[in-house]
Design a protein around this ligand. Structure first.
Ligand code: HEC
Length: 115
């Protein structure tokens, strides 16, 4: 019985992990980030520090966590229900965040080298 429970559990976890993000448009997502006022808390590029202590949106954020955070936020973030932000729009926002590349390290930026 215990093995059966473990197998079913593993299959469910696999199904959740295998759930890929629906196809979205990074261009539309970038516009939505402004139109939906996400930037006012998270900064213009999701870097954090918008109004105060809101966190940056980390690079490589997983789809399942992203969707969950928008629909049922962990703490103080307002919830974005389906009637306000459609599933396609969440996918567009996710595509935008997935398109943001890590900034180069300071040592790799020539203009910052003063020696
Ligand atoms: C009123 C301020 C506010 C607005 C507007 C807002 N957020 Fe947030 N967001 C937060 C806070 C605060 C957290 C920290 C967790 C929490 O409170 O639920 C957070 C957390 C997150 C996280 C998880 C970050 C992590 O480190 O785990 C994501 C992803 C996110 N927000 C995306 C968005 C998107 C996309 C929008 C616009 C649709 C948005 N947020 C709008 C305040 C905001």
């Amino acid at each position: 019985m215990r093995i059966a429970v473990a197998v079913v559990g593993a299959l469910c976890a696999g199904a959740v992990l295998a759930q890929d993000a629906p196809k979205g448009s990074a261009e539309r997502g970038k516009k939505l980030f402004v139109d939906l006022n996400c930037y006012s808390c998270h900064g213009t590029h999701g870097q954090g520090g918008g109004r105060g202590s809101e966190p940056p949106i980390p690079l490589g954020y997983p789809w399942a966590g992203f969707l969950q955070q928008l629909r049922k936020p962990r703490l103080d973030m307002p919830a974005y229900e389906e009637k306000l932000v459609s599933a396609q729009e969440v996918a567009d926002l996710f595509a935008y965040f997935s398109s943001i590349k890590a900034a180069p390290a300071a040592k790799d930026i020539a203009k910052l080298r003063t020696f």
